[in-house]
Design a protein around this ligand. Structure first.
Ligand code: MD3
Ligand code: FE
Length: 215
C-alpha cells in the first residue's frame, strides 16, 4: 500500500464503537501540522460561514468544504453542490494530505479503496453544537464516512437508528479519527455544546474534517 498507509498503520489503539464503526485514537497526530497548513490555504479560497437551515436558523457551527462536492444548506434544503454559493466558484481542490489520510484511515478500519469526493470542514467555537441527525444526503450510503478531530476536545453523541434511541457519549480529542460505515452509517449522531478551553495549536476552537463519497 501507500507510504502514508505504512507510516500511519503502526500500532495506534483502535476501539470498536459499534458494528462497522471504529475509533482510531491519535491516528492523525503526525499529519496534523500538514492538515492545518493545507486548511489555512483553502480557507483563504472558501471562507468559513454560518449556513442557514431550511427552518431559517443560522448554524452555530461554521462550515466550508473542499473537493468536487460540498455540503450546503439554505432555506431550500440540504444538498451537495459542486459550486460554493458564497464565492460562485468550485470548492477548493481536496489537498493530497487530506485525501491520503482519509483513505489510509478507512483501509485501517476495514474499508479499502475509500476515495472521497467531499470534505466538509466544521469549525466549533465555544458554545457551538450540532444537534442529533443522520447523514443521508449522499447518493450511495454503502461508502463509509471518515472524520478527523482537531483542536479542543468535544463530546460526540452516538445514537441509534431512531432519534429516540439511547445516546452514547464519546470524547473526541485532537488527532482522533473515526470511521463510520456498514450498519452504523445511518445512526443518529451529534456534537454537544463545545466547552471553552485553550488548545495549544488551535486556541479556542475545534475543527472537524468529514470525508464522504457524495456523488
Ligand atoms: C456517525 N459532524 O458534519 S463527524 C457532520 O464532529 C457531523 O463535526 C460531526 O456529524 C463533527 O455531519 C461528527 C462524525 C460522524 C459523521 C458521520 C456519521 C459520525 C457519524 C454518520 C453515521 C454515524
Ligand atoms: Fe453528521
Amino acid at each position: 500500500m501507500s507510504d502514508l498507509f505504512d507510516k500511519l498503520a503502526t500500532s495506534e489503539p483502535r476501539e470498536a464503537l459499534g458494528e462497522g464503526a471504529v475509533l482510531l485514537r491519535g491516528y492523525a497526530l503526525s499529519e496534523a501540522p500538514a492538515l492545518l497548513s493545507a486548511l489555512d490555504q483553502l480557507v483563504s479560497q472558501a471562507p468559513f460561514r454560518h449556513m442557514v437551515t431550511p427552518g431559517g436558523y443560522a448554524m452555530s457551527v461554521a462550515m466550508t468544504n473542499c473537493g468536487a462536492a460540498g455540503w450546503v444548506t439554505d432555506r431550500s434544503g440540504y444538498r451537495y453542490d459542486a459550486i460554493d454559493p458564497h464565492t460562485g466558484r468550485p470548492w477548493p481542490v481536496m489537498p493530497a494530505c487530506f485525501a491520503g489520510l482519509a483513505t489510509a484511515a478507512a483501509e485501517t478500519a476495514g474499508y479499502p479503496g475509500f476515495d472521497p469526493d467531499a470534505c466538509l470542514i466544521n469549525r466549533y467555537a465555544p458554545g457551538a453544537r450540532l444537534s442529533l441527525h443522520q447523514d443521508r444526503n449522499e447518493l450511495d450510503l454503502a461508502h463509509p464516512i471518515v472524520s478527523v478531530s482537531l483542536g479542543l476536545p468535544a463530546t460526540f453523541q452516538f445514537g441509534g437508528m431512531k432519534r429516540s434511541d439511547p445516546v452514547r457519549r464519546i470524547g473526541l480529542r485532537h488527532g482522533d479519527v473515526a470511521v463510520w460505515g456498514g450498519p452504523s452509517r445511518l445512526r443518529f449522531h451529534g456534537v454537544a455544546e463545545l466547552k471553552d478551553g485553550h488548545h495549544e495549536v488551535l486556541g479556542r476552537q475545534r475543527i472537524n474534517l468529514t470525508f464522504r463519497v457524495a456523488f
